[in-house]
Write a protein that binds this ligand. Structure first.
Ligand code: M1P
Length: 258
């Protein structure tokens, strides 16, 4: 088989989560990380796999004027349900087709009632974000500002709102075949079982990489990096921030930059 990436000296793929791995949460990538990724791409194949949709991932990573699909060999948005290889789109999947209109309506109605009954310090707007391959549910609402996000995250750490919400949803909809995953600060994602970040690995099988590395911060059980981090097909690296990712990349792949 002729590899698409024959010019790279190592037949390895390095995949990255976005928030708190390549960028601060919901913010843009730094010049330092961009330069490290460029150096890394001369040696190995690189990809990004995020829970957010393509527009958001693109906004966070395409800050130097170029496009995210040109800066990464693989771009996997919504866990790889929206995917690009060499800037070309790969087949995608639909949440609503999987779940069906009637069952979705029951789920959405229950979620909105539950949020209406939640007594939290503030609420904003967009409590359910409907995406191609998942829905994202936020008790405060997705229109929260950065400051409001940080406050909600701290409040939730104390009160366990999202964990309790997910427990109720699991009990109420046991036969829906859904996974509930906390990936960020103010929300959680709901998608069909198996449509977690390991989904993206099917898109890279044909290249037969010798190693697939994954860097992520939410690698604990229940975090949205857990499944791909623990998958036998990957070598998982748990990081705490973009600075930690940079440090580890230099140690493992780029000793010349140390
Ligand atoms: O990428 C991680 C998560 O980022 C966002 O989460 P939040 O808005 O709660 O910080 C969302 O896009 C979520 O879907 C995603 O998993």
């Amino acid at each position: 088989m002729v590899s698409t990436f024959a010019e790279r000296p190592f037949k390895k793929l390095v995949l990255f989560d976005v928030d708190d791995t390549l960028t601060p949460a919901r913010q843009n990538v730094s010049l330092e990380i961009t330069q490290i990724l460029r150096a890394l791409r001369k040696k190995v194949v690189i990809g990004v796999v995020g829970g957010s949709d393509f527009v958001k991932i693109s906004g966070q990573l395409a800050v130097t004027g170029s496009s995210v699909v040109e800066d990464f060999d693989y771009v996997f948005a919504e866990n790889g349900l929206t995917a690009y290889k060499n800037a070309q789109p790969l087949p995608s999947q639909s949440f609503i087709k999987f779940i069906g209109e009637e069952r979705y309506k029951k789920l959405a109605n229950f979620i909105l009632h539950y949020i209406a009954d939640m007594d939290i310090p503030i609420k904003r707007g967009t409590f359910i974000e409907f995406r191609n391959s998942m829905i994202n549910v936020s008790p405060i609402g997705r229109n929260a500002t950065v400051q409001e996000r940080n406050e909600f995250e701290a409040y939730d750490k104390q009160h366990g709102l999202r964990v309790a919400f997910i427990k109720v949803l699991r009990e109420k909809f046991p036969d829906y075949g859904l996974t509930f995953s906390i990936g960020g600060q103010i929300s959680f994602d709901i998608f069909p079982n198996g449509w977690d970040k390991t989904y993206c690995l099917r898109h890279v099988e044909d290249e037969q990489f010798e190693e697939i590395h994954f860097f992520g911060d939410k690698t604990y059980k229940g975090g949205n990096d857990y499944e791909i981090y623990t998958d036998p097909r990957t070598i998982g690296h748990s990081v705490s921030s973009p600075a930690d990712t940079a440090r580890l990349l230099k140690e493992l792949f780029l000793p010349e930059l140390k």
